[in-house]
Ligand binder design. Structure first.
Ligand code: ZN
Length: 238
């Protein structure tokens, strides 16, 4: 049996410390997975990887903007996997995100392995936000306090993402990290909260973590990280 490998480029911690410059192309990223998330060069919005395609959700005005990303665009942080559902269930009635997540977790074998998550359905409410494009001299936690937020009602689409065990907080964010894209590609972003009316929920197993580092990025190599501060910032920002 082939192992389900979660590919992660860079760590959320490095992003928190202000390393926003992209150093891996979307083309390379997509060789390692067909589902996932991340952000783009200069943290210009939210990256959504669904069915092997990469999308960028960004926003500044009244409406978010979702566009397909070309393969030469670079990313500073992303996590993708060739998602293989291990548990699939149909959610037949309305639930809040908290309720649905409790249902999802009831299928976990313990709480120490990563999971990939895909939820395709109809949502009576979807509340997202976008990280705004920034330069490295502004800390992520600071940028994160000025994120545009959007809410859609009665919308069909797909949530993609990763569930991270508590013991790997810092490498990634513990718990759910989810991004959404609507079926018509007009709405999306980093999921804050939602209410699902009905849909199909897929939970994928993760057997391995393939953690890559930006080994040619001088900024990363010589950065002085304050690990305690980084963890606090992840708590604040994510
Ligand atoms: Zn996100």
């Amino acid at each position: 049996m082939e192992a389900n490998k979660l590919f992660q480029y860079n760590t959320l911690g490095a992003l928190m410390a202000g390393l926003y410059g992209g150093s891996l192309t979307v083309g390379e990223l997509l060789e390692h997975g067909d589902l996932g998330l991340g952000t783009l060069d200069s943290i210009d919005g939210e990256l959504i990887v669904l069915d092997g395609k990469a999308y960028q959700a960004k926003g500044s005005g009244d409406q978010p903007e979702v566009v397909e990303v070309s393969h030469d665009v670079k990313v500073p942080y992303a996590a993708v996997i060739f998602h293989q559902a291990e548990v699939i269930f149909k959610q037949r009635f309305e639930m809040t995100d908290q309720e649905l997540q409790a249902r999802i977790e009831s299928y976990y074998d313990g709480e120490n392995l990563f999971r990939s998550i895909k939820i395709r359905g109809h949502f009576s409410k979807m509340h997202v936000r976008m990280i705004p494009k920034s330069s490295s001299d502004m800390k992520f936690a600071e940028v994160a306090t000025h994120q545009p937020e959007y809410t859609a009602e009665d919308i069909s689409g797909t949530i993609v993402g990763i569930w991270t065990p508590e013991i790997f907080h810092g490498v990634s964010v513990a718990g759910y990290h989810l991004h959404f894209i609507s079926d018509d590609h007009s709405f999306g972003g980093h999921v804050m909260d939602y209410v699902i009316s009905q849909g199909f929920v897929e939970v994928g197993a993760v057997d391995q973590l393939d953690q890559r580092f930006p080994v040619q990025d001088r900024q990363f190599l010589f950065a002085k990280f304050n690990a305690k501060e980084v963890r606090e910032d992840i708590d604040k920002a994510e």
